[in-house]
Ligand binder design. Sequence first.
Ligand SMILES: [Zn+2]
Ligand SMILES: [Zn+2]
Length: 266
Amino acid sequence: MTRANYHTHTARCRHAQGTDESFVQSAIAEGYQVLGFSDHTPWRYETEFTSGIRMHADELPGYIHSIQSLRRQYADRIRIHLGLEAEYFPRYRDQLLQMMDMGIEYYIMGQHYLDTDESFPYVGVTTRTDDGVLRYADRVVEGIRTGLFQYVAHPDIFMRMRNPEDFTPACEEASRMICQASMEHHMPLEYNLLGLLSELEGHGVGYPSRPFWSAVAAMRPRVILGVDAHNPNHLLNHETLRVARAHLETLGLQILDCLDMDRSPS
Ligand SMILES: [Zn+2]
Ligand SMILES: [Zn+2]
């Protein structure tokens, strides 16, 4: 059994706190054997647009250097992976390949925008309508099929700005579409612990969505927990782990301890 988390941000995204090293130290203190950094992808936009929620493209080399240095420094205590949380924007797909050439090892898909944030609003706005929910699902399925991503982060983000009771037949269809595609590509779905923490603190963000997980449970998806750490303390929270495990157990869903890349050959 390997203790792993692949969803970790850094202060470069402008809405996370702590030094890169402090995330590593928290992970070690908590007993993680694997820590994957997956800060928000810096897109090189075709326009003058600058995003306020991700590092800028010129910060990427520093990110890569920092995480690679920590990987060497802590090699005897924890396995560190260098990744990014990325949307699937078809027009910028080649950038994902280019960043892999620079040293990025893996991507998790967090579809925060239906398409590039130069011209699309936050996905929660888009998915207020059923049509938007289905377009979101189509885009996520397309992303899964590229084979570029290790897992789908907060697949249920489409519930971000809907009430739980607004889980319409379109939401159910979208859930099944995403689950089906992820299973065909042996890709886990993430149960997002930061969303759960928000809920436990009384300001829920719509995910993890109970109806989403109920809708896909019978399909038996592979499930992985993602801390989505925006603060080193997020790695130390036990209550979210307890609640998540209890919820998934109720649904009869098993939790993967790590991704295949960290599974030792048996
Ligand atoms: Zn995200
Ligand atoms: Zn994230």
